[in-house]
Design a protein around this ligand. Structure first.
Ligand SMILES: Cc1cc2nc3c(=O)[nH]c(=O)nc-3n(C[C@H](O)[C@H](O)[C@H](O)COP(=O)(O)O)c2cc1C
Length: 522
């Protein structure tokens, strides 16, 4: 219903930036907005945490996790060049899916069981679903598949090679054309909005992003080129997956692998397939603000996609004017080499930090490795980012406690102010203890106006997604060194005030706290 209404919107809806600003401003947290929010969690109406099709047979995936032996700190920092031409096998696909969205831990709570997954997710609500669109792989026939983490299985929604639908929907994006397989991430509104209401649309970017950090790292470890695609004709991808776009929408695509021969351009029969799935809850609440920003950031033709991608705005911090401190990452020889598979399985959000310091090389290494760039269609130069990195340092050996901004191009921190800001950090992170006790709090801030001017409302998706990926890489960069981490939410304007005047005019995308776990040494 809502997506059909898109046809009535003016052609340049993506460039009407009021939509993104309206959504952003009305979903900011402030002390007053949190105090006045009467929302409560209706446990009896809690959404199902995974999508369950009623009729399709599951196709079990191989469960053995291959040990690539590739160091997590390399896997998060590098990507594979597109000169390989191997067709992935089903084991590699299973590995990618498991380490991206598989069940990794299980805990019983009075309200029921929670299956924790490979990547962090707001409220452990797991609103991101994964689909695979592939040609013939080794031991897997061409098709469109849904991944079920509960059964660790695929369900085939369409038989045959539908990659040409994605080539068209992405206006011939090169990585998609040459990809033996593409993973599509969709987001389900109600599954997360049950708790977070309209702010869930931001969570789409963050939670999809942490999951993509794993996916990109595992692809690198498997020697597979991978590229994140944010620009596509929304309605065409949703139709391919036969999702109900009032409830579930395609949010990002990752082209995986590279095969020199072009994908077969078969005529794509996109007849409706009417797939039933179990309702998530007894009833669902619609938060129109999210549907409005989604519609306003949708791209509606390959031509629009083509003009949308690339040519990211130049995002350079002004040269430092305050004292600078050089970072000291480990050399390649000194770098901890814990493999990516182990680090992903070890990861879990810190629930309590000990107020003890971490080393400067550890800290420098995670910052350096996590921010080396994301291969994406909204970035034309590897290493450049939409988000800037601001930090509150509490306990890092060799650094004065204080507020900093990271100049990646110079590998230095610029000190904006010194002091013990534990209490302020606790407040900024929504009055929680975690950011107060951490060794450091890392904020991603972006010049939203500049990004929206270049990418339209779709830039809002890209900037949240990138912040989620960088945060996911930070998680992995921390756990690779036996340091702990957690994503956190925040009081938007208070964060900007804290880092101003330097951060004047920017908006907060995400926050990650890192430090030593108080409960168990990792
Ligand atoms: C974007 C983001 C924001 C989060 N915000 C908070 C938060 O404000 N407070 C908190 O205690 N945990 C927060 N978390 C941690 C999640 O609760 C945690 O990821 C989830 O329960 C799954 O557990 P796991 O990360 O240990 O697998 C956040 C995680 C993410 C990815």
């Amino acid at each position: 219903m809502l997506e059909a209404g898109l046809a009535l919107l003016p052609v340049n809806v993506n460039s009407n930036l009021e939509a993104a600003w309206k959504y952003h401003n009305t979903t900011k947290h402030s002390v007053a907005s949190v105090l006045n929010n009467r929302h409560f969690l209706d446990w009896d109406n809690r959404p199902l945490p995974f999508k369950a099709y009623t009729a399709l047979e599951p196709l079990a995936l191989p469960r053995e996790v291959r040990q690539t032996g590739v160091a997590a700190l390399s896997a998060i920092a590098e990507s594979i060049r597109t000169d390989s031409s191997a067709i992935p096998d089903v084991e590699a696909l299973a590995q990618l899916l498991y380490l991206t969205a598989g069940f990794t831990r299980h805990r019983k709570y009075p309200g029921g069981d929670i299956h924790f997954r490979a990547a962090a997710c707001t409220g452990a609500l797991y609103e991101v679903e994964l689909y695979v669109v592939c040609g013939d792989l080794v031991d897997l026939e061409a098709g469109v598949y849904h991944f079920s983490p509960a059964e660790f299985a695929l369900r085939r929604l369409r038989a045959g090679d539908y990659r040409s639908v994605l080539s068209e929907a992405t206006a011939g994006e090169t990585s998609i054309i040459h990809a033996p397989l593409t993973i599509i991430c969709t987001c389900i509104y109600w599954r997360n909005a049950w708790k977070y209401q309209a702010r869930t649309y931001r969570h789409f970017g963050w939670d999809n992003g942490t999951l993509l950090a794993n996916l990109l790292a595992v692809a690198t470890a498997l020697g597979m080129p991978a590229k994140l695609i944010c620009g596509f004709v929304d309605a065409d991808v949703n139709r391919l997956l036969e999702v109900d776009p009032d409830r579930e929408v395609a949010f990002s695509l990752v082209a995986l692998g590279h095969f020199a021969a072009l994908a077969q351009q078969l005529p794509s029969d996109l007849s409706a397939i009417h797939l039933e799935s179990v309702p998530l809850s007894r009833n669902e609440t619609v938060y129109p603000a999210m549907h409005e920003i989604h519609a306003a950031s949708s791209l509606r033709s390959p031509e629009e996609v083509e003009t949308w991608r690339g040519n990211a705005p130049v995002n350079e911090l002004p040269p430092p004017t305050k004292p600078i401190v050089p970072l000291h990452p480990y050399s390649d020889a000194e770098m901890p080499r814990d493999p990516i598979e182990q680090v992903i399985l070890r990861r879990g959000s810190a629930r309590k930090f000990a107020q003890v310091p971490i080393g400067l090389p550890q800290f420098s290494t995670m910052l350096d490795r996590a921010t080396r760039g994301v291969p994406a269609d909204f970035r034309d130069k590897q290493g450049t980012q939409l988000n800037d990195v601001y930090l509150i340092v509490h306990a890092v050996e060799g650094l004065d406690p204080g507020a900093y901004v990271y100049h990646r191009d110079r590998d230095v921190l610029e000190c904006l102010k010194t002091g013990n800001f534990r209490a302020q950090a606790g407040h900024l992170g929504l009055d929680q203890q975690l950011p107060a006790d951490a060794a450091a709090d890392i904020f991603f801030l972006a010049d939203l106006q500049m990004i929206l001017e270049r990418f339209g409302n779709r830039g809002y998706r890209a900037v949240q997604l990138e912040a989620g990926i960088l945060s996911g890489k930070l998680y992995l960069g921390a756990y690779a060194q036996h340091v702990s981490a957690t994503g956190l939410t925040f009081y938007d304007d208070d964060v900007i005030r804290f880092f101003s005047p330097h951060a004047h005019g920017k908006s907060v995308s995400m926050l990650v706290a890192i430090g030593m776990n108080a409960k168990s040494p990792l």
